[in-house]
Design a protein around this ligand. Structure first.
Ligand code: EPZ
Length: 421
């Protein structure tokens, strides 16, 4: 199994290009199932997760033309040949569950394995299923599989989500594009990925208004057609490199980062003492010598501080001057990086969904490993700031969501390498 080794202490200087967003790409790929016409996706991130989604879509009948390393993919679901997403596939990546709604909308039935829990929490899909029921689908759970049918088609519905869910908002939006009549989604998620999915679907001919706001209205259409769509930049990747530059010191330009998409993070970085400058085409992050100040973090749905940057920001705060409190409000078990950061010398006390980080003067490199993507990259960030060598094991987590991580950091002066085997 590959490992990433980092020798800390080198500042980051240069330009880091930001890739297309994994969490948007996965959903716009699922949108290809809604039409028999080609969907051309640009700015596609080459990641284990997006390639995995491409394989699942192929097994359902989608032709995928996406040469290795290329950032443009052409997907065409001329005919759906299977409506089953088996356990082995859905278990490996939860976002594959999102083929259920498009299959239901296009062919009237689907059988998709329940995704189950994962390292960061239980992660049920009850909101997704309730939305489909409200749209007229019959849903049965049988031997770990969701069997959904709407043989006479889905119909528009007025749905109020009891709390904000990115996945349920996206999933309901996908299905509603082909439903009869109007669907209204209330208390909808407002993440940039929701807006990106709506843009893609509207380019295909859908009638979606209000994406990015709390109420989304979708007027169902008979069919969707061909479109070309550019996947939005990855705000979590941008935020991760912003934090990496703050941790290592130096001066980095995040090319393609959109300040509005990471405003909550940029505000925290400024409070901590980092120099943040949104410029044309990106964001510049600079940090001179001296310790940062401790600041508190509460994770919240967009536009609040994202849970997907909590681990990285905690790595930064391990070296800050003072005590910072982290409150994780989205996932119940998302502090697995804390004991690993402690192996480097961090001082972190976890109580339920709160963690208290007391900044230390220095971290010392050590072998570490993590159980999810964002936790893994938080260890890379800590490694950049630690003295000596940090070796991050289970690199496949990083490969799921960060394109050419060691290249992007290495090009800016980080002493980082991948070790095989
Ligand atoms: C998406 O997950 C992202 N994944 C996550 O990124 C991200 O952390 C999360 O949104 C929050 O921003 C993808 O887009 C592929 P939710 P999602 O539905 O859609 C509960 C990463 O590292 N819930 O907004 O699954 C749920 O358990 C990943 O890239 C229900 O109870 O998140 C959680 O506590 C990790 N029932 C909360 O809601 C439901 O039916 C928010 O989850 C749905 C969700």
């Amino acid at each position: 199994m590959d490992r990433i080794a980092i020798v800390g202490g080198a500042p980051l200087n240069g330009v880091i290009p930001i890739s297309g967003a994994k969490n948007s790409a996965l959903k716009v790929m699922a949108a290809a199932l809604l039409s028999d016409q080609p969907l051309i996706l640009e700015n596609m991130p080459n990641l284990a997760d997006t390639r995995f989604m491409a394989d699942l879509l192929s097994s359902l009948g989608v032709s995928v033309d996406w040469p290795a390393g290329d950032s443009t993919a052409t997907l065409r679901a001329r005919e759906i040949v299977s409506t089953i997403a088996p356990y082995d596939l859905v278990r490996k990546m939860r976002a594959t569950f999102n083929v259920l709604g498009p299959l239901l909308a296009r062919v009237g039935h689907a059988t998709v394995s329940l995704p189950g829990g994962c390292a960061i929490g239980a992660r049920p899909v009850d909101l997704h299923l309730k939305a489909f029921e409200a749209m007229g689908a019959d849903i049965h759970i049988d031997s770990g599989y969701v069997k959904a049918a709407a043989l006479r088609g889905l119909k528009g519905a007025d749905i109020t989500f009891p709390f904000v869910s990115v996945g349920a908002t996206e999933h309901a939006m996908l299905a509603a594009t082909l439903a009869k009549g109007r669907t209204v989604l209330r208390n909808a998620a407002r993440e940039p990925e929701i807006v990106d999915l709506a843009d893609c679907l509207n380019a295909m001919g859908a009638q979606i208004a209000g994406a990015g706001e709390e109420v989304i209205e979708i007027d169902g259409v008979e069919s969707l057609s061909s479109a070309r769509h550019r996947v939005v930049g990855d705000r979590i990747e941008a935020g991760t490199y912003a934090i990496a530059a703050a941790a290592a010191g130096g001066d980095v330009f995040l090319k393609g980062a959109q300040a509005a998409h990471i405003a909550a993070l940029l505000q925290k970085l400024e409070q901590a003492g980092v120099d943040v400058r949104p410029q044309g085409g990106g964001v510049r992050i600079a940090r001179a010598n001296g310790r940062l100040r401790a600041v508190d973090v509460n994770t919240e749905p967009f536009p609040g501080f994202p849970t997907d940057l909590q681990a990285q920001f905690m790595a930064l705060m391990t070296l800050a001057d003072g005590v910072s409190t982290f409150k994780e409000n989205i996932f119940e078990n998302r502090f697995m990086h804390a004991p690993e950061l402690s192996r480097l010398g961090a001082s972190i006390a976890v109580h339920g969904n709160e963690a208290q980080v007391t900044g230390v003067e220095r971290l010392l490199g050590a072998p570490v490993m993590a159980t999810d993507l964002r936790a893994s990259v938080s260890l890379v960030i800590a490694g950049l700031a630690a003295e000596g060598e940090t070796e991050v094991n289970r690199v496949y987590h990083l490969d799921r969501g960060f394109e050419r991580l060691e290249r992007k950091l290495g090009d800016c002066g980080a002493r980082i390498e991948r070790r095989q085997g």
